[in-house]
Design a protein around this ligand. Structure first.
Ligand code: SAH
Length: 395
């Protein structure tokens, strides 16, 4: 097996069980390895574990195992996949969910592997050279561990290009689904466009936060910014909101949102309003029109994929939060998020505090928010913590 020799001192992150080995940590490779091949990770004369080699990426290798004796083969993937699936069956908030993230990459010991379950369908996304190499082993392990009859591949994330991988989508296992795929989320039916929707089709990470919004919405006038397919909006309607106005710049997302509303005839559709607009402009327009809301959700896309984008992202977060605060009625609530890995909780809180100050609003955090339990964060891998949110109440 090829050996990846670490630069002296760089073994420390491996001892801390961090799964990434950057180019600067690699002294040399002994032997031949193609992208995705398994290499032994060596410091001095000690083998520290096994990793997937990715010569095109700045993350030159990702650890599969910190056990030098562990073999990386089909059985290894069966074990890891089965463990990830089993772990979710022990968490009360996840039991019985028809939409569930089964594998959350590094934090489930499977770098570059994302698997989301929508009813009887699993959508698989592979984003690293190592994951790509073991594609059929992973798919086979998923079929076995879940009993699901179909797997669709959505390996079209842009990050694949960093690993020298082309996009790939299509049926990987089982026969194509003819009917619409619909999940139940806290009593609301949501259709999933797993072929053309964002990510694998849905933002499962916000599941618990959408329920919380429903619990807060009773009698309130709600503005849901960056609504995608309406997950927060429909929970707000179910929670008895007086009015729910939703904004997104994507027509296909809004079309799915309308379909989702129609899938839930128990909701009062007359209270829902969908608008295709740029949130940055729309917040200003609403302000100029003298509108006021009692509850505002800001769940924007990733403004800062990495720390190098943090400054520009900070300005964007500041802008929407400032305008959000200005639109809140006295006693109103702002539910605000960042899913940027490059913006940590501390920075995000500072930005939101600055926005409240500039808006002249006296405000307090009443709850911190994060992703659901099927999106765990390995303690050794703080980079896995991307979603952070604040529930803020204004005077
Ligand atoms: N809250 C959603 C997920 C939001 S994802 C849920 O619970 O499912 C971010 C959304 O922001 C996407 O739907 C994207 O189309 C939209 N978006 C991105 N930039 C935008 C902009 N400038 N104005 C309005 N919508 C935008």
């Amino acid at each position: 097996m090829p050996q990846l020799i670490l630069v002296p001192g760089k073994e420390r992150s491996v001892f801390r069980r961090h799964p990434w080995l950057f180019a600067g940590s690699v002294e040399r490779l002994i032997g031949q390895a193609r992208p995705g091949d398994t290499v032994e990770v060596v410091a001095g004369s000690q083998v520290l574990g096994k990793a997937a080699w990715s010569p095109a990426s700045q993350i030159r290798a990702r650890m599969w195992s910190f056990d030098a004796a562990e073999t990386i083969d089909d059985v290894f993937f069966k074990r890891r996949v089965a463990a990830a699936v089993a772990r979710r069956a022990t968490l009360p908030s996840l039991v019985g969910q028809s939409g569930l993230r089964l594998i959350h990459a590094e934090s489930d010991g499977l770098p570059g592997v994302i698997a989301d379950r929508y009813g009887d369908l699993v959508v698989l996304q592979l984003t690293s050279a190592g994951a790509e190499k073991w594609r059929s082993a992973i798919a086979g392990a998923l079929a076995k561990a879940t009993g699901c009859s179909r797997i669709y591949e959505r390996s079209d994330s842009e990050v694949r290009s960093l690993e020298g991988l082309e996009p790939r989508t299509g049926w990987l296992y089982g026969s194509p689904v003819e009917e619409a795929v619909v999940i139940d989320e806290h009593g609301i039916r949501m259709g999933i466009d797993f072929v053309a929707g964002h990510k694998t089709g849905f933002y499962l990470d916000q599941r618990d936060n959408r329920r919380l919004l429903g619990q807060l919405a009773g009698g309130r006038r709600v503005l849901n910014c960056f609504c995608y397919t309406g997950g927060f909006s429909l929970q707000a309607l179910a929670g008895g909101a007086a009015k729910v106005e939703s904004v997104d710049s994507s027509e296909p997302a809004l079309a799915q949102a309308r379909t989702n509303l129609a899938l839930n005839p128990q909701l009062d559709a007359a209270r829902a309003d969908w608008r295709c607009a740029n949130v940055f402009d729309e917040l200003r327009r609403l302000r100029a029109a003298g509108e006021r809301f009692d509850l505002i959700v800001l769940d924007p896309p990733k403004f800062a994929p990495s720390a190098s984008h943090a400054e520009r992202a900070a300005r964007a977060y500041k802008d929407i939060n400032l305008h959000g605060f200005r639109l809140l009625s006295p006693g109103g609530l702002l539910m605000t998020y960042s899913c940027s890995g490059g913006v940590g909780l501390e920075l995000f809180q500072k930005i939101v505090a600055g926005a409240a100050l500039d808006a002249g609003r006296d405000a307090r955090i009443v709850q911190r928010l994060q992703g659901a339990a099927d999106h765990p964060v390995a303690l050794a891998f703080p980079e896995g913590e991307y979603l952070k949110g604040l529930l803020v109440e204004v005077s």
